[in-house]
Design a binder for this molecule. Structure first.
Ligand code: ADP
Ligand code: MG
Ligand code: MG
Length: 199
């Protein structure tokens, strides 16, 4: 079973991997964006990590809704409201349970990803974070490791796509040939599930 501590570790290990990969995320956002994705998420997940350390929420839902709120308020850029919505909606779907199983988390994350698609209007294949998140949620019924692999494959598979949403879409066909930064960070978030359970 996954308790509030697990969800806190998920956010903390994600903050650590975003720190490690921030330069790479920003570099990916340079040819097809405005070169701020790494610093945007770094600011956001540092705020999340600090807040969760200071006052650990009591339930899985409270961890995710607080993290989502903080991402919305601290991340400048499109990715803040999108990741914030993902975590808030996922948290809301977990209800007030003290512990949830993997299946419940998979269902909740599905609701979260649906909310991101509704907010941003992106579908799979539009070269966004959705291209990592949808395959990850599809694979989550198998295992966290399968979800991580699916997210990483989804991120890599954005390279030949033409962006249809977000800043990269302004480039039209010139967005082809570059991996999407948001799909790459989404794969870090999903990888955090594996790291949080290994701890
Ligand atoms: P900004 O583009 O405002 O500078 P970021 O650089 O932090 O924001 O985030 C860019 C990422 O956000 C993109 O790589 C893409 O994955 C994701 N993104 C942008 N617009 C959308 C959208 N409408 N739906 C889903 N994801 C999106
Ligand atoms: Mg950007
Ligand atoms: Mg920006």
């Amino acid at each position: 079973m996954l308790d509030a501590d697990f969800f806190r570790r998920w956010m903390t290990v994600t903050a650590a991997s975003v720190d490690r990969e921030a330069d790479r995320l920003t570099a990916l956002d340079s040819p097809i964006g405005d070169a701020d994705h790494g610093s945007n998420l770094q600011r956001g997940f540092r705020a999340v990590r600090d807040a969760l350390e200071k006052e650990p929420p009591a339930t899985p839902a409270a961890v995710l809704t607080q993290a989502g709120r903080l991402l919305i308020s601290t991340v400048g850029g499109a990715s803040g409201p999108l990741y914030g919505t993902l975590l808030r909606r996922t948290g809301k779907a977990l209800g007030d349970a003290a512990e949830v199983d993997e299946r419940r988390l998979a269902e909740a994350l599905r609701a979260g990803v649906d909310a991101v698609m509704q907010l941003g209007g992106a579908a799979p294949g539009d070269k966004t974070m959705i291209d990592a998140l949808v395959p990850a949620v599809d694979a989550l019924g198998d295992s966290f490791a399968a979800a991580r692999a699916a997210a990483e494959e989804g991120a890599v598979a954005t390279t030949p796509l033409q962006a249809r949403k977000g800043r990269a879409s302004y480039l039209g066909a010139r967005s082809i040939g570059h991996q999407d930064p948001g799909a790459t960070s989404a794969a870090l978030l999903i990888a955090g599930l594996v790291d949080a359970s290994a701890d």
